[in-house]
Ligand binder design. Structure first.
Ligand code: ASP
Length: 203
């Protein structure tokens, strides 16, 4: 298949704080409609990425069950050829569990699946996650694996733990190096990023 000129990313919103904003009258956080994503995150429009959104019924991630993992795996499989990368927005409380499960379910994965979310304002996390999901070199994904992107760092999903519900840098990877650090640009830690087989077979 000919590589596309512009990267395309499918964003799947499952819930969590990243998709909430304060109700103007009560001040209570309430989910917003993710189909208005460009209104909520206008900077996304400046990225050179074709973005499409699937809005699942938003849930707090403490209510996630394996059914959601299966739904995510199915959505990624069914849309696999149409997109260069995938972003899954998910609450932070069980993000490590869902992202780890997906890393074992998506056998032969050769495209990025980047989980992200937020504990307060997730703008930067979301934009960086989309950039990483869209990143290609020579027609190949730069990060062809399931990751968590949080607070300027990219982690291998199945090595992460959420270690703080208070600090902005909520996640850490105790037994595997960080896959990328985000400053003015994104610095990939290439020797530690997974390389899929040249012809990995169907997902
Ligand atoms: N309780 C929320 C959740 O995990 C917290 C968050 O979004 O970070 O869904």
């Amino acid at each position: 298949m000919e590589p596309r000129a512009k990267s395309s990313v499918l964003l799947i919103y499952t819930g969590g704080t990243i998709g909430m904003k304060p109700d103007p009258e009560t001040g209570v956080l309430a989910p917003f409609d993710f189909s208005t994503i460009y209104d909520e995150f206008p900077y996304l429009g400046k990225l050179d990425v074709e973005l499409e959104v699937i809005n699942l019924t938003p849930i707090d991630s403490s209510n996630v069950t394996p059914e959601l993992w299966c739904e995510l795996a199915r959505l990624i499989r069914d849309n696999y050829d149409a997109y260069d990368g995938f972003v899954v927005l998910h609450g932070t409380d069980t993000m490590s569990y869902s992202a780890s499960a997906l890393s074992f379910m998506l056998v032969n994965l050769a495209r990025p699946v980047i989980f992200s979310g937020s504990q307060i304002d997730g703008r930067e996390n979301l934009i960086t996650a989309v950039e990483i999901a869209a990143a290609r070199e020579g027609g190949r994904a730069v990060v062809p694996e399931v990751c968590i992107c949080f607070q300027n760092k990219l982690f291998r999903a199945n090595r992460t733990t959420k270690h703080s519900a208070e600090q902005l840098n909520a996640f850490r990877s105790d037994n595997y190096p960080i896959l990328a650090e985000v400053g003015v640009s994104i610095h990939y830690n290439r020797p530690f990023i997974r390389r899929p087989a040249p012809d990995p077979g169907p997902l």
